[in-house]
Write a protein that binds this ligand. Structure first.
Ligand SMILES: C[S@@+](CC[C@H](N)C(=O)[O-])C[C@H]1O[C@@H](n2cnc3c(N)ncnc32)[C@H](O)[C@@H]1O
Length: 209
């Protein structure tokens, strides 16, 4: 179990994660209209929120873990004072152009239907949800016994959970897309094609209908 400080230190020093984070932030900011507000859902220690705020996007942060939130409040204290970062106790407290959920936040959910229902009341029409999720097809995980044991569930049901990783679920994009479908359509999946087998994280972009 990470404390906020350990998590923060790890994610700011791991080269692979820094590269993925940079790509995620650039993807989000390239699509955000100038000066648009964003909700960082499951904001962790505030690494992305600080970056979005620095680029002129008021960033609402929702983070349920007290340890993560405590670190966020310290790391983003200046932005919180200026209200360029705004901490909220429920995601429904804001109305935004986009929601970001970086580094496996949505893998904490067993089902996404209710979540997308809630997000549909938060994201303006034409806005987006960008999520980075653990990629169930990543071949780097094939060395683990659980990967092969769950390949059947993945093919058949499109999702599985690993008993040793409490409350972490892995999903084929189509399963998340089905849950989102009443309100959002899956516009883009990255990486595409065979590169899917080589990346631990996949980015899913959902557009508000
Ligand atoms: C791997 S961390 C990623 C944190 C942050 N997004 C980042 O990029 O560093 C996953 C986060 O999901 C949050 N989380 C877990 N369950 C959640 C839920 N039901 N709603 C929102 N966030 C949740 C955790 O508290 C944790 O901060």
């Amino acid at each position: 179990m990470h404390t906020g400080a350990q998590y923060h230190q790890f994610f700011l020093t791991s080269r692979r994660d820094l590269e993925v984070r940079d790509r995620f932030q650039r993807t989000a900011m390239a699509m955000l209209p100038h000066g648009a507000d964003v909700l960082d859902f499951g904001a962790g220690t505030g690494i992305d929120a600080k970056a979005y705020a620095a680029h002129g996007h008021r960033t609402y942060v929702y983070e349920p873990s007290p340890a993560m939130r405590e670190h966020l409040l310290a790391y983003c204290s200046e932005e919180l004072d200026r209200r360029t970062v705004v901490s909220i106790d429920s995601a429904s407290e804001c109305k935004v152009s986009a929601v970001t959920a970086n580094f496996a936040v949505l893998n904490h959910f067993a089902d996404h239907a209710q979540l997308f229902e809630q997000l549909s009341t938060i994201v303006r029409k034409g806005g987006f949800v960008l999520a980075s999720m653990l990629n169930p097809y990543y071949l780097g995980d094939a060395r683990y016994g659980w990967w092969l044991a769950n390949a059947f569930h993945l093919l058949r049901r499109g999702h599985y959970a690993i008993a040793s990783e409490s409350r972490i679920h892995r999903f084929a994009p189509r399963v998340v897309a089905r849950s989102a479908a009443p309100h959002f359509h899956l516009e883009r999946i990255e990486p595409g094609g065979l590169r899917m087998a080589t990346q631990l994280y996949m980015f899913l972009l959902f557009r508000r209908r």
